[in-house]
Design a binder for this molecule. Sequence first.
Ligand code: H2U
Ligand code: ZN
Length: 342
Amino acid sequence: MFNLSESAHRRLNPLTGEWVLVSPHRTQRPWLGQVETAAVEAQPAYDPTCYLCPGNERARGVHNPKYDSTFVFDNDFPALLSDTPNSDFNEKDLIVAQTESGICRVVCFSPRHDLTLARMTPQEIRAVIDVWADQFRDLGKRDHINYVQIFENRGAAMGASNPHPHCQIWASSSVPNEPTKEQLSMRSYKDRHDRCILCEYFLYESTHSERQVLGNEHFQVVVPFWAVWPFETLIIGKRHVADISALSPEERDGYADVLGKLTGCYDRLFNVSFPYSMGIHERPTDGEAHPEWHMHTHFYPPLLRSATIRKFMVGFEMMGSPQRDITAEAAAGRLREVCSMK
Ligand code: H2U
Ligand code: ZN
């Protein structure tokens, strides 16, 4: 076998079937250049101009209740609507479209404007996980909802409109691209090996320390072998569970523990409230059994070298394949260092 930390190579993402180019020779050291820190903007616990803070007015005139834990509402500017009639068209297999219906919601994690997952207690994060599980069930049981996507855009760098801790849920009538690719791979791996791809990957990484970041009895966080973003991570559960609503109370506590710790490590990496997009991939809610599905969580952070230097997906990455210099193993090493710093 060639040396993964020296030779240029490409790595397969077995969950999507896509390849990422790795060029470790461009950085024998994982670190190049200066590490500047961004000015940290301290947030107030309550912001009278925030549309997510308790009691405040939202853009369309509705007032939030004076909530004291989590708060869920229907997005005032939803990308999907429930009453979109079912229809499609196709001209010469060139001009192809289908209507899409769905429900979009916003979940506030806390009444406190100044908190983030990294700064919430495990009990507070557990309350968020319970909301996610309830939302998955509530939205997923509806006839026209075949997929529930829970995701968080954190930080202005990722397009989040507000620092108030919150996530979004888009529940749609079709299964979006990313989970569709993963589902094909999960099925195909199961057909070939009679085992679940993520159960196997969990076991593999348990015995290969170089990509491990942190974990507990129920969950493991790794920089996946095929990571594209410099500090991308994957949270995998030990047990084969298809969706968040099927996690046991102990597993939910374990999930809260890794979410809190991971986001805390991220914040320490560049001394900044770390931006990312995170999302939970779960079984479709199309009424089928989906024994192939193993829920998991992706964190895709854009930062490369410091609080202000981000990775751009441009040039070869847009035209060819994603590429990285720092290896997944080196990134995991950096994350382990800051995780043990607390
Ligand atoms: P982001 O920070 O990820 O953009 O999420 C904020 C969402 O909140 C966004 O989808 C919605 C936007 O449509 N929103 C409301 O529902 N009501 C408002 O008063 C402002 C923003
Ligand atoms: Zn707020």
